[in-house]
Design a protein around this ligand. Structure first.
Ligand code: 3H9
Length: 647
């Protein structure tokens, strides 16, 4: 099947690209567009060309699957030049997303028009590369250097209205893109054409601007290389002639394309796209999820309710008494108020979110819910009692979910009249922000219930990963191994501050000890104590010694570190050295790189055990868990990918 067709309507030709799923610029499409320029240039009847796409989106970019292979002609930068040099003006008509190479093709066109629902952007840095077909050179000529720096170094797309105000596009339509684009083309032919984008002037900012941006981009990049290299390209575009800047961009693109970071980010890109649609559920439709209930208005319950409301799902929030209900509602309100303060929501939107919440102590209000998620205290008896009440009031086909992070969901489901509709949905705190959702079926969970868990993840814009049942599921089980690994190094004499600094250097926002101080050492301690009380053999950890001495983290003024009142900066603690003196048995010296490699290898070793036991289906799922739930640096690709690479 041809990847594009050409139609003629009087003096205007329409080139329709049809290269599913996202009209990516495969070699065949590049060649097709190259040939279309020649065909239409040679057609004396044609005076302008509308470039439009079939399917869900305009051209979404270069074909990422071709990145591992040698580049094939025609190269994209040449194609963009060829469209710009065409004898007839081309008009890009954009719906969906014009991203990366797709937007570069649009910038080769003389005009860009779009539906108001469309967005445009240059997400290349999120793939560890820079735009490779003039994105850094043409964008500042359309939108100015400052806006181009924001767009290219963040990789974040902008909606059509914003793109219009920045000068990236020329017109926005509510509907009828093709008809409106044809009318735009006819009208454009009655006026003088604007110069091609490559010939437009550019105003170079001063050196202070670049120094300032280098600082902000370095901070935001958190170790990723591409945003800084993109900034270099933009500076070159501002200060050097067009051709020189193009050569610089192309070389940077080719350098980065084969880099470890780009390979890692491509791995994550495809892992994220594979995760929401597992092959074993391909033929299973989800249940409708129109109304939801949340039991428990604590931090977790309120966060889950907020996530559901953000997706437009009406929520009934249940608490055990009026006082707890008032606290839960206030927590939820505070989440939306915080979003208003950060400019993410308007006051009216926040009110709308709250208006869709029915708060009550009466379980009967859940009689029409399609899905109920319990997020009550982590105690098996409490959870079982909640599930009994739900079974009594909910429709037989409603999905009943537990948000437990450590309890065995099989025990929670015990005694349910219809365990086929039961499932574990493990959210991460704050549940309205964190993208990971571990989906944990019990043996009885029906395929449709499981498919509904994945459908919910898609509705909430979360990354779903299916986990089998084991202590801590995938994520917390690896976390336990990671912390144990860090304690083992400490016992061998590696200083706490070195271990934390090593992991920060690797790309984590915090090291393992700082993170425990922030979250509190007592949570894991209480779990261990619970297991000990149940007769299990849980060896003493160094963290246990600290908690027993009253050092639970920042909230008690000290954990692994000391903290001055009102100051979150960790200070080395002589009290901790004294407490642990007898347990530090070695004087091992390790540099930061060796520490980080060792601890990532520990995570990956646990990951391999998880795969061997069938708890996770794919190594890439484990990488997603670590990246989206535990702050593993995305540009390292996750522990499984990183250790595969480092050998
Ligand atoms: C670039 O352009 C470099 C240039 O500057 C220079 C070159 C010289 N390639 O996300 P979805 C597949 S870098 C190949 O679920 P949605 C995806 O794997 C590129 N395949 O859809 C999936 O496959 P499957 C810059 C791609 O509707 C299917 O399409 N562009 C590509 O939720 C559906 O994907 C980007 O980074 C691709 N470029 O969202 C854009 N993109 O069905 C990346 C997608 O087999 N793409 N696939 O699982 C996106 O952001 C989203 O796909 C988009 C649609 C918003 C377009």
């Amino acid at each position: 099947m041809s990847v594009l067709t050409i139609a003629r309507d009087g003096a205007i030709a329409t080139v329709t690209v049809d290269n599913p799923p996202v009209n990516a610029l495969s070699q065949a499409l590049r060649q097709g567009l190259w040939d279309a320029v020649a065909t239409l240039d040679a057609d004396p009847e044609i005076r302008a060309v509308v470039l439009i796409c079939a399917g869900r989106t305009f051209i979404a970019g270069a074909d990422v699957t071709e990145f591992g292979k040698p580049p094939q002609e025609p190269h994209l930068p040449d194609l963009v030049d060829r469209i710009e040099d065409a004898q007839k003006p081309w008009i890009a008509a954009i719906h969906g997303s014009a991203l990366g190479g797709g937007f570069e093709v649009a910038m080769g066109c003389r005009f860009r028009v779009a539906l108001d629902s469309a967005s445009v952007g240059l997400p290349e840095v999120t793939l560890g590369i820079v735009p490779g077909a003039s994105g850094t050179v043409r964008t500042p000529r359309l939108a100015g250097v400052e806006a181009a720096v924001d767009l290219v170094t963040s990789g974040k797309p902008v909606r059509a209205a914003k793109a219009l105000s920045l000068g990236l596009i020329d017109a926005v339509f509510a509907d009828d893109l093709h008809t409106n684009a044809l009318a735009f083309a006819r009208e454009a032919l009655t006026r003088d054409l604007p110069p091609p984008v490559s010939l437009r002037p550019i105003t170079a900012p001063n050196a202070a601007f670049w120094e300032d941006r280098r600082k902000t981009v370095t901070k935001a990049a958190k170790g990723a290389e591409a945003p800084l290299r993109a900034l270099d390209c933009l500076r070159k575009a501002a200060e050097a002639p067009f051709a020189e800047a193009m050569a610089y961009e192309r070389q940077t693109f080719l350098d980065l394309r084969g880099s470890d970071q780009a390979a890692a980010l491509r791995h994550v890109f495809f892992a994220e796209r594979a995760a929401p649609r597992p092959a074993h559920l391909r033929d299973v439709g989800p249940l409708p999820l129109r109304r939801a209930g949340v039991i428990g208005g604590g931090t977790m319950g309120a966060g889950i309710a907020a996530a559901l409301r953000d997706a437009g799902i009406p929520v009934t929030l249940i608490e055990r008494d009026d006082e707890a209900l008032a606290r839960g509602t206030a927590t939820l309100r505070a989440i939306f108020d915080g979003a208003v303060k950060r400019g993410k929501l308007t006051d009216a939107q926040a009110d709308g979110r709250m208006a869709g919440v029915a708060a009550t102590t009466d379980y009967a209000a859940l009689s029409d819910a399609d899905l109920v998620i319990e997020a009550v205290f982590e105690d098996i008896a409490v959870k079982r009692a909640v599930l009994d009440q739900l079974a009594a009031v909910c429709r037989p086909d409603a999905v009943l979910a537990t948000n437990t992070s450590y309890l065995d969901p099989r025990l929670i489901a015990e005694g349910l009249p219809n365990p086929g509709r039961f499932i574990g949905l493990h959210f991460f705190s704050p549940a309205n922000v964190m993208r990971l959702l571990e989906i944990v079926p019990v043996p009885e969970t029906a395929p449709q219930t499981l498919a509904s868990g994945f459908a919910l993840a898609r509705m909430l814009n979360k990354i779903p990963v299916q986990s089998g049942i084991c202590e801590g599921f995938i994520g917390n089980r690896i976390l336990k191994r990671y912390r144990a690994g860090a304690e083992a190094l400490l016992r061998q004499g590696v200083p706490i501050a070195d271990i934390d600094a090593a992991m920060r250097g690797y790309g984590f926002a915090m090291g393992p000890f700082e993170a425990q101080d922030l979250g509190g050492l007592d949570i894991a301690f209480l779990q261990r104590e619970g297991a000990r009380a149940a007769g299990r053999d849980v060896p003493e950890t160094l963290g246990d010694i600290l908690v027993r001495a009253g050092r639970k983290g920042q909230k008690t003024g000290g954990g692994w570190y000391d903290y001055a009142p009102g100051d979150r900066r960790p200070q080395p603690s002589t009290a901790v050295s004294d407490l642990l003196a007898g347990r530090i048995t070695g004087a091992v010296q390790m540099d930061h790189d060796a520490i980080a490699r060792h601890l990532v290898a520990e995570m990956a070793a646990e990951g391999r055990a998880i795969l061997d036991e069938g708890i996770a289906a794919r190594a890439s799922d484990i990488d997603l868990v670590e990246i989206h739930g535990y702050g593993f640096p995305r540009w390292r690709g996750g522990p499984m990918f990183a250790t595969g690479r480092q050998g």
